[in-house]
Design a protein around this ligand. Sequence first.
Ligand code: ADP
Ligand code: ZN
Length: 528
Amino acid sequence: MKNRKKDVLRKVFGYDSFRTGQEEIVDNILLGRDVCGIMPTGAGKSICYQLPALLLPGITIVVSPLISLMIDQVKALNEAGVHAAYINSALTENQITKALYNAMCGRYKIVYVAPERLETNRFLEFVLNADISMITIDEAHCISQWGQDFRPSYLKIVNLIKMLPKRPVVSAFTATATQAVKDDIVCVLGLNNPFIKVTGFDRSNLYFEVRQPNNKDAEVLNYVLSHRDDSGIIYCATRKNVDKVYAMLAKNGIAVTRYHAGLDNDMRKANQEDFIYDEKPVIVATNAFGMGIDKSNVRYVLHYNMPQCIENYYQEAGRAGRDGEPAECILLFSPQDVIINEFLIENKGENNEFTEEERKAVHDNDIRRLKKMRYYCSTKECLREYMLNYFGEYSGKDDCGNCSNCSAVFEEKDVTNTASVIIKTIKECHERFGTSVITGTIRGENKAKLRSYGVDRYSTFGMCRQMSESFIKGVIDKMLLDGYLRETDDMYRILKLTETSDMLISGEEHLIMKWSERKEEFKKEKRT
Ligand code: ADP
Ligand code: ZN
């Protein structure tokens, strides 16, 4: 078996050796054990199931939600001489009939299928009459309500597995899985004593940075101009922003192209190719761009807007430096980004696949994930460690040496006094307000809205009059990060106290904040 494995790797796929994790996964599958592979994008998950699929006696079914990816993979397999096909809405009914007929006759080794096709009569007829050796679930996080991409149609996989006369090996793969999602994959899919492989999410060649520029356009232009020879991706949250940033760069003589779902198919394809072949080394895009793109020399990924969650950010940023050479991932944050994302979450298109309950669960999780993304933008601790922790990995290092926080020189200050004033104000308002009102209150702002809430009568009104808004908001963010406060999981983000809030008032604990600018603020803090 060993020789055959290496043989297939070389002859069919053209690789000399396995990458981290691949061989173990292949071995376990060939031994008949279920597996769950959690590996970052680009790690090489496809080989993990395509290779054993060729060595197992029967057919492998690959469930995948991404039609374009299915088409690419089947094309690549066919070119490598592997008989494979896909069943999805890209085919006409006639073509589906034909493909399933061929599949039933055993003409394919690998059959890709979209999850919504699983329970169609014709598909069932095929699987019940064929020799199915393995079922592979790609993008397996889609089965979890905790994941960023829950698809109820994925639950059909469970029925399918149960229905088969002989239980096949089940292998599940995903690039993003927090502990909760991992548990769901194993549990909901009913994996049987699975071999679980999590390969390193750390990409040590990537430099991470968060900036909060006053003028994002100027920031982007400067960056791109000072990296003239490099290829880069600039992600924006909306099509409108893509068009705007694209026009701005083009006007300034940058060889740039763009990509979003509002462009027609031909144009998207042409623009994508311009980018891949370095005709236009810079691309401005929404997150519709990048699935299945394998361009190794991307030297930077700028985010013009903060993405909706760490999963998306890490995936998009991770398209930089695939060649292992140094690359930069810079997120340009503004508070407005939070509002844009909240709007996108609240206005997610109606999806009939969902029940009301599922819709609510998905919504609440979206808001929770957005919060974690926002904290990434405000933490002064290691950015890499923050993201690795999010995915359940711990390096244990204090200093990664390759992110903006680890390379910054911060001044550390005790801001316990300001924190106590904030906590007292939250108590006084009976936990009814969010950051803006609390900040306005302790700064003693003279605003009709604040007066209408009656906060001008609070004992803490104007207690931090001399401090800037951004400083106080920074303290609140730090309190949220450290768990001295929490906020509600809705778009109002009402500030609430926690069990540890009082420890700051009593002085049992101190809040230490790192601050790189506005040193004068700290002098003021001391006086309160
Ligand atoms: P994923 O699905 O994990 O994002 P892919 O399976 O698409 O990753 O693989 C990413 C890239 O790595 C592809 O270009 C693939 O050809 C390449 N690759 C995968 N395994 C190997 C290997 N053992 N040796 C060399 N290249 C590999
Ligand atoms: Zn770091």
